[in-house]
Design a protein around this ligand. Structure first.
Ligand code: 2AM
Length: 171
């Protein structure tokens, strides 16, 4: 099964991210991510076998994440898949530490795929036109987090569907 580790926004933040997705969609078109799919990926694991997935579920249920606050104040665009996202203007030190800590643990599980660079972002649109951020209001959100999800992604006709398999302890 296809798995990733992600922060899932609380409901109020999810709605505000959804409003940003609507604003971006009005300008750039493409496929808007449904509100329930909005997330920040911390580690993309790809295909994982059932046995390893069950070990990861056990690990996630025992994991405690240091609480943090991530400031989202920038629009971004990845050209190739036409991704429009929101994220932070400056690198976020706490997310960088969390990302490193997670990959250290994942490598102990024998998983590979640690990226050379970690660019925290929340994808809002896919297959969208190039973003002209100057025509959109600047994002100004703070994401307070204290838990992480192990998420399964399944591919459907109209994009991927995400289901949380396990959540870390509430810190
Ligand atoms: P994206 O939003 O930038 O496309 C589930 O697919 C999540 O994992 C998405 O957040 C997606 O990032 C990310 N993802 C998918 N494939 C990936 C890959 N090959 N490397 C890194 N992240 C990936």
């Amino acid at each position: 099964m296809r798995l990733f580790l992600a922060l899932v926004p609380p409901l109020d933040l999810r709605e505000r991210l959804g409003a940003l997705a609507d604003a971006a969609h009005a300008r750039c078109g493409g496929r808007r991510m449904p509100d329930e799919s909005l997330h920040l990926t911390l580690a993309f694991l790809g295909e994982v076998g059932d046995e390893q997935a069950s070990e990861l579920v056990d690990w996630m249920c025992r994991l405690a994440v240091t609480p943090g606050e991530w400031r989202l104040d920038a629009w971004g665009h990845f050209r190739r898949p036409g991704i429009v996202w929101v994220g932070g203007q400056a690198p976020d030190a706490a997310l960088g530490v969390l990302h490193k800590r997670l990959w250290d643990a994942l490598e102990e599980f024998g998983l590979a795929g640690r990226p050379a660079h970690f660019m925290p972002h929340v994808t809002l649109l896919r297959r969208a036109k190039r973003l002209d951020a100057s025509r959109l209001p600047a994002p100004d959100l703070v994401w307070g987090y204290n838990q992480l999800d192990l998420v399964q992604s399944t591919i459907h006709d109209r994009g991927s569907r995400y289901v949380s398999l396990a959540r870390s302890l509430e810190s």
